[in-house]
Design a binder for this molecule. Structure first.
Ligand SMILES: Cc1cc2nc3c(=O)[nH]c(=O)nc-3n(C[C@H](O)[C@H](O)[C@H](O)COP(=O)(O)O)c2cc1C
Length: 450
């Protein structure tokens, strides 16, 4: 039996998303998933998400305007939508931008609970088909690693949030009434051990669990349309794509490998480092945005000291009630090696940012919180150094990435695509899907012959 790449995964996914394949390019923070990256992929028909995380609404609006002009509103693209537990108003501001500018798809991620902003995006402007069933105008692809959250995205939007939005005049009665007949998301992607934020679950365990969850949800809500289940995390070679589809995934989603392409919005220095990464070259570090709660990100270890330095900051944060309690010698070392400037100067800059963005955060500040705010500066700084390619500061580069990158390097070694300059995102997608179809054809032929 010959398996062809265009038949892999869910036909409903391809049809609903207007995509040529059951393949998604996940968003990467601060425009690493750049306009150019999204455009290149979407023009060929691969669903791609712009990396809006960490960007101001004005910058997102500009990116959306560029994408709306080319490849245009019909092409399969959307915007990444990160949960913002610290500043929930920013979620609302982003929804305003997305709705006002006709963005019809988001990739929702890092959610620890369902928020009103998410529900508003889902329900606003919905229509009805000829049989009176609600048809959402906006699609949500939710990326989660915790089954409990997966369950919430497969169920209708929480009634109490819908009621709140109705009472606040943010939804019409018709939209609110239709909510119980829709799942919150169309697609739920089970994210296993990945680059960036991850709790490192193995996909062999995660995907079957999500498939069962979908069955349970179907029993609890028999009239609801079923969501599609995706697989993300660790996908960097054709064998991994094939395995995800055999496990039962409706679509696959990649991240790490797309950062090492000409289209990614990061520096050549970072791409050079990634293109030679091996499986053992990754490490876990605290996540800057969720520093206080101890969330983790997977980063490149080889060629940078970021992971070691960031882990040290987290240990100090846990050990001391305030910055002033940290021994002078340690603080001096932090200033010299890690921050590259005095901690007072870091605080001035940080406080100025909060005065502009969230002044109420400064009102309720405690010494411990102030320490966290100062330490978080390093995470923003180290990410910026990497993205700008300041090679004098390579030891502080913060590069989110995971073992999928190493799998990709090993797969492409000895081919012209060993050079990342040839790894265009659409070429990578096409080669991965072709390769997966070949792997499956070969394996099934082997089973049939036995
Ligand atoms: C550099 C980088 C930045 C990322 N930024 C985001 C982000 O802002 N929002 C998000 O939902 N996922 C983000 N991700 C996760 C990817 O979208 C994708 O889910 C993940 O990388 C898939 O796993 P893989 O890295 O093993 O391919 C990021 C990943 C990388 C490598």
């Amino acid at each position: 039996m010959q398996i062809t790449p265009e038949r892999l995964g869910s036909a409903a996914f391809r049809a609903d998303q207007g995509a040529c394949a059951a393949y998604v390019l996940g968003g990467m923070v601060k425009g690493i998933s750049s306009v150019r990256l999204v455009r290149t992929a979407a023009k060929v028909g691969y669903l791609a998400f712009f990396g809006a995380g960490g960007m101001k609404p004005e910058a997102v609006r500009e990116a959306v305007a560029e994408l709306s002009a080319d490849p245009g509103p019909i092409a399969p693209w959307g915007v990444n939508f990160l949960h913002n537990p610290l500043l929930p108003a920013q979620e609302d501001a982003l929804v305003d931008v997305l709705l006002a500018n006709g963005v019809r798809r988001i990739e929702a991620s890092a959610f620890v609970s369902i928020t009103p902003a998410l529900v508003r995006y889902r329900l606003c402007g919905l229509g009805f088909d000829s049989q009176g069933r609600p048809v959402p105008r906006q699609r949500i692809l939710a990326k989660v690693s915790h089954p409990e959250l997966g369950r919430r995205f497969m169920a209708p939007p929480p009634p109490e949030l819908v009621a709140g939005l109705l009472a606040a005049g943010r939804l019409t009665a018709e939209e609110a009434h239709a909510a119980e007949k829709l799942p919150l998301a169309d697609d739920v992607c089970a994210e296993a051990d990945s680059g960036g934020h991850t709790d490192r679950r193995p996909s062999f365990a995660l995907i079957p669990a999500f498939l069962r969850l979908r069955e349970e949800t179907a029993q609890a809500y028999p009239d609801l349309r079923q969501v599609r289940i995706g697989a993300a995390g660790g996908i960097g070679a054709p064998e991994a794509v094939a395995a995800a589809f055999v496990l039962g995934a409706d679509f696959v989603l990649t991240g790490s490998i797309n950062q090492c392409t000409p289209e990614a919005g990061t520096s050549d220095a970072v791409k050079d480092m990634l293109a030679t990464a091996q499986p053992q070259d990754f490490d876990m570090a605290p996540a800057g945005d969720l520093f206080e709660i101890g969330a983790k990100v997977q980063v490149l270890k080889r060629g940078t000291l970021f992971a070691a330095r960031a882990n040290r900051l987290f240990e100090l944060y846990r050990a001391y009630p305030a910055l002033e309690d940290i021994p002078m010698t340690v603080r001096a070392e932090l200033e010299a090696r890690v921050f590259g400037r005095g901690l007072d100067a870091v605080w001035q800059e940080t406080a100025e940012y909060y005065r502009q963005a969230a002044p109420w955060e400064l009102d309720k500040i405690t010494p411990k919180k102030r320490m966290a705010m100062i330490f978080r500066w390093y995470f923003i700084h180290s990410q910026r150094l990497a993205q700008q390619g300041d090679t004098q500061q390579r030891v502080n580069f913060q590069i989110h990435s995971g073992p999928a990158m190493a799998a990709c390097n090993s797969w492409l070694s000895g081919t012209p695509w060993a050079d990342w300059r040839l790894r265009h995102v659409d070429v990578l997608a096409g080669r991965l899907l072709d390769g997966a179809a070949e792997v499956l054809t070969r394996r099934y032929a082997g089973f049939a012959a036995d």
